[in-house]
Ligand binder design. Structure first.
Ligand SMILES: *[C@@H]1O[C@H](CO)[C@@H](O)[C@H](O)[C@H]1NC(C)=O
Length: 244
């Protein structure tokens, strides 16, 4: 079996970071994986815990979505469900899921948007900080987008070696995915079309959870949030090679 690399972005200790070509390849691959889970497989599968540490890369840097421990299957006509046990990872959970336990295909879309922003910026949504404001990465991205300075989001380890058209599309699509209202978010089929296409994209509305302090805290903390990321994984990421 090939080596599996867990993608970890924002690794300051690793000199060789993922180049833009690889990042766009990863984003595209994750989108295709989700289209399959959501729309092409016999049942609809909602992953519910999409995050960088659940994306594995093979030798060809092809992403594989892993860890289906929290996944839920929906029948063809079911679109959403509700749970009292909110389990997932802060920073990737959509507001309607974190607060009300409602999940749907659109909650995975939200997590996908977070993933894309993390891959483009090389920063994590959770614990993101900027001296000028107290927004998280989503809020920061939206702010720069509204101020027409979106390229400042790009991971600066990339220097100038990225494709501006693709970067702008990725950011625009990601911001559409993390919009507050699930109904405003595109489904994964449309996301893939938008990523690959050239048509003009809609302007995103305000993202959900753009302030770190909007996160629910007490109450969910003990036990119920079973899969909260451990702090070792949470800190600025590591790229690990895991033979298996
Ligand atoms: C940038 O990406 C766009 C869209 O994928 C493509 O049409 C264009 O040729 C690329 N530009 C360069 C310089 O690679």
């Amino acid at each position: 079996m090939e080596l599996i690399i867990v993608i970890k972005i924002a690794d300051k200790t690793r000199s060789k970071t993922l180049d833009w070509h690889t990042r766009i390849h990863i984003i595209d691959g994750i989108a295709r994986g989700l289209v399959y889970l959501h729309h092409d497989s016999r049942l609809r599968i909602i992953h519910r815990d999409l995050k960088t540490s659940n994306i594995l890369l093979d030798n060809g840097m092809n992403p594989k979505i892993s860890d289906f421990g929290l996944a839920k299957m929906f029948g063809r006509d079911q679109t959403e469900a509700k749970t009292k046990r909110v389990i997932g990872t802060y920073g990737y959970m959509s507001p309607e899921y974190a607060f009300d336990g409602c999940f749907s295909l659109k909650s995975d879309v939200f997590s996908f948007g977070v993933l894309v922003l993390e891959i483009v910026t090389g920063k994590r949504n959770r614990r993101f900080s900027d001296p000028q404001h107290d927004h998280n990465l989503l809020g920061h991205a939206w702010k720069l987008w509204m101020e027409e300075r979106p390229l400042e989001l790009v991971d600066n380890t990339l220097g100038d070696s990225y494709n501006i058209t693709q970067v702008l599309r990725c950011i625009n699509v990601a911001l559409l995915c993390v919009q507050q209202r699930p109904d405003d978010r595109p489904n994964m089929g449309l996301v893939l079309l938008m990523l690959c296409g050239e048509s003009k994209l809609p302007e995103p509305k305000q993202p959900g959870f753009f302030l770190e302090r909007n996160l629910p805290s007490a109450g969910h903390e003990s036990g119920t949030l079973g899969k909260q990321e451990s702090s070792s994984l949470d800190e600025s990421s590591i790229t690990t090679l895991e033979p298996r």
